[in-house]
Write a protein of this length. Structure first.
Length: 179
């Protein structure tokens, strides 16, 4: 076994990335305070061809040296928009036909392994602040919630880790869907 070199990976260049068909999935960051987490989520969205990102509230926006440090240029070609109020971002996404789900532990959340996207629905996933999670007023506007099962003493993952887990799982389910 030999580790592949970068040129052997057949990755898209930025021009082909911009032209590639994206997964009908929008990531919404609700007051994420760490620019490094934001950069990591940009990088994950790039790797999985996620449609776009909405950066809300105190969430940092590019250009930002800490976002760049972890995004490794993904912030330059992943589409993103800043929206000051997350509730307004949710309303706009719903008006555009998106099903909006919080990634949060709620009394009615669906466990990630049990969540299966159906049809050609457009999904928006909201990831919350590192300490407080997704704001309750934002959850109140969502169509539902997805929860990552956890088995240890901690009750949460880092937001960038959560995004990686959830996006990888859901994109995989969408890509396996017929049609």
């Amino acid at each position: 076994m030999r580790k592949l070199r970068t040129h052997e990976l057949n990755r898209l260049d930025p021009v082909r990335y911009k032209q590639a068909e994206k997964v009908p999935l929008v990531v919404v960051l609700d007051h994420v305070r760490s620019s490094n987490n934001v950069g990591s989520i940009f990088r994950t969205c790039d790797a999985l061809l996620v449609h776009s990102i909405r950066l809300c509230g105190i969430t940092a926006t590019p250009p930002n040296k800490d976002i760049h440090k972890t995004a490794l240029n993904a912030e330059k070609w992943v589409d993103w928009h800043y929206v000051a109020d997350t509730v307004e971002a949710v309303a706009a996404l719903k008006a555009d036909g998106f099903t909006v789900l919080a990634v949060e532990q709620t009394d009615h959340s669906i466990l990630l392994p049990d969540f299966n996207p159906t049809g050609d629905e457009k999904l928006a996933l909201i990831f919350g602040n590192e300490v407080k999670g997704v704001q309750q007023k934002v959850i109140d506007e969502c169509d539902g919630a997805i929860e990552i099962p956890q088995y240890g003493t901690k009750h949460s993952f880092n937001v960038a880790v959560s995004a990686g887990i959830v996006l990888w799982d859901i994109v995989g389910k969408i890509k396996k869907r017929p049609g």
